[in-house]
Design a protein around this ligand. Structure first.
Ligand code: PEP
Ligand code: MN
Length: 366
């Protein structure tokens, strides 16, 4: 039985308004006071209300720029005073939380590496007890929806009701062409389980390159997510972290204004929004299917070469019968008919045999 989360609607937090997307923007890292203020001014000039900047940076390798630390919080305070924007930053332990509370940071987010750690999540939740600060929780780096939900539950039990999530993709063996595999089906699953949970996407860390920001942002909007967290820097080429994925404020404006937003309305429009979202889910699943089929054929090619090297015949009917029987058994669990499985897997098998033959032919010709 799913536990519910007790959440205050995002429109009541005082930062974000409709229409979508609700945008959180700012540099990966706060580097200098000038860089922070110049970026903030650029964003505030066209209506961004929530500024982000990393103060403590979780870096893969030691010796990389690990953030300016607590002194950077003063710069965020200046952003508030000068531009009237709200500000947010990443916290990874209770000390970070206390520092942020001291400097009046308006909102916090928990990074992907921290969400994956229940000890730290509990520590952060305890530090936030009896406060009113909103928290957005990024997905854990590994595609584990329960770990994500567990982090949300810890915060919610500590009384954090201004709670939301940021989908930034997952670290997997192959995430190409992106830095992190989108795994949209996990976002869809979470959205389905908690329809009232405010949902942001982070196309910057998902894509890892500014050339993917547009398509990933549009996908997030097509799925009906509320908002976007995007990295923006006044001089991306000189950024001390994530230089490749940051945009100058003016380019971010162009990107946001180019997004096609289908808002909920009434009657037919509502239907169209629903059908669009369902279709885009189908598109993502189909893309995954293609990727998996490609990977499967790659293995077939290897099997072809292996059999050839060991002088073994390609067609092994006994093995295929066992595979098919197991598939049909499993198919029932997924609500798929035997006939469908027969059709699909026989087609796959045929192609696999053809692929293995190709390998054989090629080495005969060689
Ligand atoms: C960030 O937002 O700068 C960050 C470190 O992101 P993530 O936790 O998604 O890697
Ligand atoms: Mn970053």
């Amino acid at each position: 039985m799913e536990k519910t989360l007790d959440i205050i609607p995002v429109t009541e937090w005082g930062f974000f308004t409709l229409p979508r997307p609700m945008v959180i923007a700012g540099p990966c890292s706060a580097e200098t006071e000038e860089q922070v203020l110049e970026t903030a001014r650029g964003l505030a000039s066209w209506g961004i209300h929530m500024f982000r900047a990393g103060i403590w940076k979780p870096r893969t390798h030691p010796g990389c720029f690990e953030g300016v630390g607590a002194p950077g919080l003063k710069w965020l305070k200046k952003v508030k005073e000068e531009t009237g924007m709200f500000v947010c930053t990443e916290v990874a332990n209770e000390k970070h939380v206390y520092e942020c509370l001291k400097y009046g940071v308006d909102m916090l987010w928990v990074g992907a590496r921290t969400t994956a750690n229940p000890f730290l999540m509990q520590e952060i939740a305890d530090a936030l007890r009896d406060t009113d600060v909103p928290v957005l929780v990024k997905n854990p780096i590994n595609p584990d929806i329960d770990l994500w939900i567990g982090a949300l539950e810890r915060l919610n039990r500590a009384g954090v009701r201004k709670l939301g999530v940021i989908h930034r993709g997952f670290s997997t063996i192959s995430s190409k062409p992106y830095r992190n595999a989108p795994g949209w089906q996990i976002a869809i699953e979470l959205r389905t389980r908690y329809p009232n949970l405010p949902f942001f996407a982070d196309p910057s860390h998902m894509g890892g390159d500014r050339k993917y920001l547009q398509e990933l942002s549009q996908r997030a909007m097509d799925l009906g997510l509320e908002g976007l967290m995007i990295e923006s820097h006044c001089n991306p080429a000189a950024a001390l972290s994530d230089a490749k994925q940051q945009l100058v404020p003016a380019d971010l404006r162009t990107l946001i204004e180019s997004l096609l937003i289908r808002e909920k309305d009434s009657g037919d429009k509502e239907y169209r929004e629903g059908i669009e979202q369902l279709r885009s889910r189908i598109d993502y699943i189909d893309e995954d299917l293609l990727k998996e089929l490609g990977a499967r054929m790659e293995v077939s090619r290897k099997i072809g070469a292996y059999k050839r090297d060991h002088n073994v015949a390609i067609l092994q009917t006994a093995r295929w019968e066992v595979v098919m029987a197991a598939m049909k058994e499993k198919a029932r669990i997924y609500g798929l008919s035997e006939k469908f499985i027969d059709d699909v897997f026989n087609a796959i098998h045929e192609e696999s045999i053809r692929t293995q033959n190709e390998v054989l032919e090629a080495s005969r010709e060689a």
